[in-house]
Design a protein around this ligand. Structure first.
Ligand SMILES: [Zn+2]
Length: 301
């Protein structure tokens, strides 16, 4: 019997079409690990690729060919925004030529666009260093802002993949309930940290300190975006020695040598906090990340 090849082709197309529809998994490209982790919570069926690790500086990333290839396949790109990725994301967008995730399209999601970022600057000049003029993009340690980002992200998922809307809604409800319960617990745990003072590297933990009532008295960076210099570090010795500094805080991706030097001179301990999910064994999801940061600040682990 001769099989009508046109019919066979049509049948094959139909069955392939069906199987790919049943597996309609969104391809999500996350710029930073916290957005990969959020995607995991809110889009459990999605294929998620996280472009950077918590050991990498998200301000400075190489637009490697592997990242371009991943972006080419993406249905949704999720990033911090507020120009955090200005040095690499536009290049990836241009080279991947994926219309779904270009500027202004629904496939491009920025956390900072969903909330009011802290420290927006009205005017900027070069003498200020590499400042975050559009506000601080390191939102990952603000539980309330992250909850609002989660709501908006879930809405975006539904918009891009309406057939699975009920699944996204259920995942969001589950996440939001656990997040709100955890936030209450974290706030109670962190009560002793209120009014504490730290010296830190960059404004990586700006939202964490703002949330917990911790004051960053000085920055290891002489100017935003510039690495610590010996002159600047020396100028911090007296302040660090005053006796009221809890710790010198460095994020997992930052060079800790300046902090170690200052610690040796002053006896103030260095804390290396995870910048995001995946920086240490305890920080394997957003909940573990917060647990670990609080435990370290409280002097436990
Ligand atoms: Zn920054």
């Amino acid at each position: 019997m001769r099989i009508n090849s046109k019919l066979l082709g049509a049948l094959l197309a139909l069955s392939f079409g069906h199987s790919s529809m049943a597996m309609a998994a969104l391809n999500i490209f996350a710029c930073e690990p916290e957005y990969g982790a959020l995607a995991k919570e809110l889009a459990p069926g999605a294929k998620i690729y996280t472009a950077t690790t918590a050991m990498q500086d998200p301000h400075q990333v190489q637009a490697r060919p592997s990242l371009i290839a991943k972006m080419r396949q993406a249905d949704l790109v999720a990033c911090a925004g507020a120009d955090l990725e200005i040095g690499w994301l536009p290049m990836l967008q241009m080279k991947s030529a994926n219309a779904a995730v270009r500027e202004g399209s629904d496939g491009l999601f920025f956390g900072a666009d969903q909330v009011e970022p802290l420290d927006k600057l009205a005017s900027v000049d070069r003498s200020m260093g590499d400042v975050h003029a559009k506000g601080n993009p390191h939102l990952q340690f603000d539980p309330e802002r992250m909850l609002r980002v989660a709501r908006a992200f879930s809405d975006r998922l539904k918009q891009l993949d309406p057939e699975a809307a009920a699944d996204y809604e259920a995942a969001h409800a589950d996440f939001a309930a656990r997040w709100q319960a955890a936030t209450t617990r974290w706030q109670a745990q962190a009560e002793p940290l209120k009014g504490k003072k730290v010296i830190a590297y960059h404004t990586t933990f700006r939202y964490l300190f703002n949330w917990l009532g911790i004051s960053q008295e000085a920055d290891l960076e002489p100017k935003p975006g510039l690495p610590p210099t010996s002159g600047h570090l020396a100028s911090l010795v007296e302040r660090a020695k005053a006796g009221d500094i809890l710790a010198i805080v460095v994020a997992s991706y930052q060079d800790e040598r300046g902090a170690r030097w200052l610690s040796d001179k002053t006896g103030v301990p260095v804390l290396i906090l995870p910048a995001s999910v995946g920086a240490n064994d305890q920080s394997q999801d957003l909940f573990g990340l917060y647990d670990n940061v609080l435990a370290q600040l409280l002097g436990g682990k």
